[in-house]
Design a binder for this molecule. Structure first.
Ligand code: ZN
Length: 313
């Protein structure tokens, strides 16, 4: 049975409604998280672990994520960052852990849980926290801004890309879990990877200097985008064909001396906007050549003939 020091009891009693005695509390320590790369290809920086330490003070533990069934049965009353000088992480940093001490009130309901912790059955802890920064380990850019093309878990040379979590904003909860994300401690981060928009995906493609990985969602979004583009292309072709028909029609009326075939061939590279302008001018000129009774309908006031000079060949 772990003994509770007077100092610890004083710290515990800062979180309790009434002062608890040493016999009433059960104290145990947990490793909340560390600076090794976890199963999600993310790791905390050492400053992040230091920043998280005060944020976890007073945070309740949830057991098996069962918040309803009296889940709040343990509370952290002390946190500290601990360095293991004998161990170095894969990134060459001294292995560093965020450690915590938590207490539980010894009740009949908690008895089996206390036995499990004492027996080492319950030892894997998962934490929920919010991190302000997630930087790419390859280029150092903020991953969420999509400024880089590296994908966590992918090899670049000898290095496997991972995200370095920094700037802790908040800590929510911790719990014992069966399969934690972190190898040593077990961390489920409430760090939300926001769904990327189509624009983000397109930006990544445009700025990529080599191959890049796309998620299933990226592919679905790109497929839908291509379908929409193909439809837009068909619509654009229909629109241009109609413009060419009109241009030819007005050209024959306005400038019958011009070789229409050559003229139209010269128009092929013009933008739709320029073609529309040309069509309008030719329509105006064509209207002028017709007797008033047959004047073609156009809503604009009669254009200054000077404006059509460009098209008078
Ligand atoms: Zn990168």
């Amino acid at each position: 049975m772990t003994t509770v020091s007077e100092e610890e009891l004083r710290q515990i009693n800062e979180y309790t409604r009434r002062a608890l005695s040493a016999e009433e509390v059960y104290v145990f320590s947990v490793t909340l998280c560390d600076n090794e790369v976890d199963r999600d290809f993310e790791r905390f920086s050492i400053p992040a672990l230091q920043g998280l330490a005060p944020l976890f003070l007073g945070k309740s533990g949830i057991f098996d994520h069962d918040q309803k069934a009296g889940g709040q049965s343990a509370r952290i009353f002390k946190t500290w960052v601990e360095e293991n000088k004998a161990r170095t992480t894969a990134q060459g940093e001294p292995y560093t852990m965020l450690r915590a001490k938590a207490y539980m009130v010894r009740t009949e309901k908690n008895r089996s849980l206390i036995e499990e912790i004492d027996g080492g059955i319950k030892k894997e802890v998962s934490v929920g926290c919010s991190m302000g920064a997630a930087k790419c380990s390859i280029c150092g850019k903020e991953h969420r801004s999509m400024a880089c093309e590296h994908r966590p878990g992918t090899c670049y040379g000898k290095e496997v890309c991972h995200l370095i979590l920094d700037d802790p904003r908040d800590a929510y909860e911790w719990s014992f879990v069966a399969v934690p994300a972190q190898r040593a401690a077990g961390v489920t981060k409430a760090f939300k990877k926001e769904a990327l928009s189509l624009n983000d995906t397109l930006e990544r493609i445009k700025s990529a200097k080599s191959g890049l990985q796309l998620s299933a969602d990226d592919v679905q979004r790109l497929k839908a985008h291509l379908t929409a583009l193909e439809q837009a292309q068909r619509d654009a072709k229909t629109f241009r064909d109609k413009l060419f028909c009109d241009i030819e029609k007005y050209l024959l009326l306005a400038l019958p001396q011009i070789n229409a075939k050559q003229f139209l061939a010269g128009c092929r590279t013009m933008s739709a906007d320029d073609l529309q302008e040309l069509c309008k001018s030719l329509q105006t000129q064509a209207a002028d050549t017709l007797p008033p009774a047959l004047q073609l309908k156009h809503n604009e006031p009669k254009m200054n003939r000077q404006n059509n000079r460009a098209f008078c060949i």
